[in-house]
Write a protein that binds this ligand. Sequence first.
Ligand SMILES: Nc1ncnc2c1ncn2[C@@H]1O[C@H](COP(=O)(O)OP(=O)(O)OP(=O)(O)O)[C@@H](O)[C@H]1O
Length: 220
Amino acid sequence: MIEVENLIKVYRRGEIEVIAIRDVTLSIKDREFVMLVGPSGSGKTTFLHLLGGIDRPTAGKIFVNGKNIAFFNDKELTDYRRKDVGMVFQFFNLIPTLTAIENVMLPMQFIGMGRSERKKRAEELLKLVGIYERKDHYPDEMSGGEQQRVAIAVALANDPPLILADEPTGELDTQTGLEIIKIFKKLNDEGKTVIIATHDMRLEKYATRILEIRDGKITG
Ligand SMILES: Nc1ncnc2c1ncn2[C@@H]1O[C@H](COP(=O)(O)OP(=O)(O)OP(=O)(O)O)[C@@H](O)[C@H]1O
């Protein structure tokens, strides 16, 4: 359960202030599949970064399972990012010097899981997203769609209940994008809460809810 209360994010560039999130209050239940839509610059990425603990709000509260992550100190926030949330990005964000399986194993290392368990779980996750046969390849040896599958496995590494994705099909061709959408649908069916910022209207039929963001204000 996510409860956002009077959330505000203001970026300051010298003298100029940009209000990216403008007093947003909403709640998202467990197992929802939320599609976040809105024009470029409306605040989608900022909103996901705030929910994901990548950025801090200027004001307001973000309760995730009863805990206000806006009040977390750096250590608590790092812990939250490692265990409670998985993030998927438009440009995959894999580590180029690590193979697919090493990328997936890394977040498990951060929480102290032993090597053999990490390897076993990473293999299972790569099978789940349909990319096991490429496990020893480096990101630059894989297509965009393959890299995004690996990136989803990375996001799932520590089994977070919440998955946030920022334009995950934006760099992919039509067919590959559809395959990625179906992976998110499967994850949602298996119990994950999924929030996806996107311009890809094919997600609409899977979404349990569509939120519209405009100039930092969310409706819907
Ligand atoms: N680090 C930053 N410093 C200053 N302004 C920023 C920063 N990040 C975002 N902004 C501004 O905040 C507003 C919201 O940006 P954001 O990236 O969240 O929008 P978006 O809906 O994700 O856009 P897009 O679809 O183009 O990715 C924009 O006006 C943007 O210019």
